[in-house]
Design a binder for this molecule. Structure first.
Ligand SMILES: O=c1[nH]c(=O)n([C@H]2C[C@H](O)[C@@H](COP(=O)(O)O)O2)cc1CO
Ligand SMILES: [Zn+2]
Length: 159
């Protein structure tokens, strides 16, 4: 008989997104994304980080102060990184697992890339205009989104 306690697709891909998030240098919010084809093949992963070549140790990671002294103008979001890590035109019909609901800039990139479904873990910025704008655009363009159904599965990685 086959093994019964294997993890299901959603747990597998959200697990990959969570593992990717562990690469983030952001002390406040670590975000991971995993893009998957309709055939359940992983196409790309990403996490929030400074653009390639921008030294993590020289860039600001704060949240407050003048704009140029915070991370916000600089950080490349997890979803955008995952999309940019893929050859153009290859994401049609794909879905993306994200540990945080996409902001409006990432929502635009998701729509333009052809991704059709978003599965998210946290929606902690649900009451921001950015998240509202994302949902408005997803609703208009037929990109579906659903919360990850937490199963209580615990995975331990010893590395
Ligand atoms: O969709 C997203 N994807 C993503 O990678 N991020 C990143 C940018 C920042 O590094 C961090 C958010 O920072 P904070 O929660 O401290 O405001 O998460 C943030 C969002 C949504 O805000
Ligand atoms: Zn974003």
């Amino acid at each position: 008989m086959k093994r019964q306690d294997y993890i299901h697709w959603d747990a597998y891909f959200m697990g990959v997104a969570l593992l990717s998030a562990q690469r983030s240098k952001d002390a406040n919010t670590q975000v991971g994304a995993c893009i998957v084809s309709p055939e359940n093949k992983i196409l790309s992963v990403g996490y929030n980080g400074m653009p390639t070549g921008c030294d993590d140790d020289l860039m600001p990671w704060g949240r407050e102060g003048s704009a140029l002294d915070t991370k916000y103008l600089f950080v490349c979001h997890a979803e955008l990184n995952a999309i940019l890590n893929t050859p153009a035109g290859k994401l049609t019909g794909a879905r993306v697992y994200v540990t945080l609901f996409p902001c409006s800039e990432c929502a635009k990139a998701i729509i333009q890339s052809g991704i059709k479904e978003v599965i998210y873990l946290s929606d902690k910025y649900a009451d921001t205009d950015s998240t509202r704008a994302s949902k408005k655009m997803f609703d208009m363009t037929g990109v579906s989104y659903r919360p990850y159904e937490v199963t209580g599965t615990e995975l331990t990685l010893s590395l």
